[in-house]
Design a protein around this ligand. Structure first.
Ligand SMILES: NC(=O)c1ccc[n+]([C@@H]2O[C@H](COP(=O)([O-])OP(=O)(O)OC[C@H]3O[C@@H](n4cnc5c(N)ncnc54)[C@H](OP(=O)(O)O)[C@@H]3O)[C@@H](O)[C@H]2O)c1
Length: 234
């Protein structure tokens, strides 16, 4: 087992399913203490049991649309493991409809989870990272942050926003020692992608493929910031 992330602590939002679960597993394999966050507590607890290393993993029931939940998540992580080295903003929702259909509550949820949730996450850990001159924010965006797909206009808009936040953050963080990485997956085999209207003859990626991109980004030497990783199926 690799130990590149020994004594490091990572928070993963949306850890109860798909890509987030895979990221949590890879971070644990790499030796990190991992804090799992999502709304479904039972799934998080089952994941802790599955991974096994109970002294190195905790779960915190978190709704990323609620700033007080996200602040509490960071607080619990610090109580359990000390400072936070990596924050993976992975929680996300994809609703599929035409703008004309006016699915306003779906738009609100996507904006709250995919954009505001990401900002709350950054806000909860960034001041302490800046003080320590060390830390890494990883945002899971999407290839929908580069190209708009019909029936996914609002989802794509939220992912363009995530990419804008990552890009702006990278500029703001120059010379601070804190890093920001945007990871843009193509289609990955998860419950989310099973609802996508986008049709492709390519075999979907495995969630572990994205988790490995996260590990690549967060294990670079301190002076290297991997800004953007796009991962699509062949
Ligand atoms: N799958 C793909 O093809 C693909 C491609 C590009 C990008 N992505 C992005 O990758 C990320 C993960 O997606 P996935 O495919 O793994 O989806 P998924 O299997 O549906 O998992 C989504 C995760 O987000 C969590 N979540 C949703 N709303 C939340 C909230 N309000 N608070 C906290 N957690 C919340 C869910 O947990 P709870 O329900 O327990 O809260 C779940 O753990 C998303 O940002 C997605 O946009 C996915």
């Amino acid at each position: 087992m690799s130990n590149e992330l020994n004594n490091k602590t990572a928070i993963v939002t949306g850890a109860s399913s798909g890509i987030g679960t895979a990221i949590a597993k890879e971070l644990t394999k790499a030796g990190a203490n991992v804090v799992l966050a999502a709304r479904n507590k039972e799934k998080l607890e089952n994941l802790v049991t599955e991974i096994g290393e109970k002294d190195k993993i905790i779960c915190v029931q978190t709704d990323v649309t609620k700033q007080q939940d996200v602040d509490f998540l960071a607080e619990r992580a610090r109580e359990a493991f000390g400072s936070i080295d990596v924050y993976v903003n992975n929680a996300g929702k994809m609703g599929s409809s035409r703008v004309l259909e006016g699915e306003v509550s779906d738009w609100d949820q996507m904006i709250d989870i995919n954009i505001k949730g990401v900002l709350y996450g950054i806000h909860s850990v960034l001041p302490a990272m800046l003080e320590r001159k060390s830390g890494h924010i990883v945002n899971i965006a999407s290839d929908s942050g580069f190209e708009v797909i019909e029936r996914l206009t609002v989802y794509c808009a939220t992912k363009f926003a995530v990419r804008a936040i990552s890009t702006g953050l990278e500029k703001e963080l120059a010379n601070t020692g804190v890093r920001a990485t945007n990871i843009s997956p193509g289609m990955v085999e998860t419950p989310l992608s099973s609802k996508s209207p986008f049709e492709s003859d390519r075999k979907k990626l495995d969630p572990a493929d994205i988790a490995k991109a996260v590990i690549y980004a967060v294990t670079q030497p301190d002076h290297v910031n991997v800004n953007e990783i796009t991962v699509r199926p062949v």
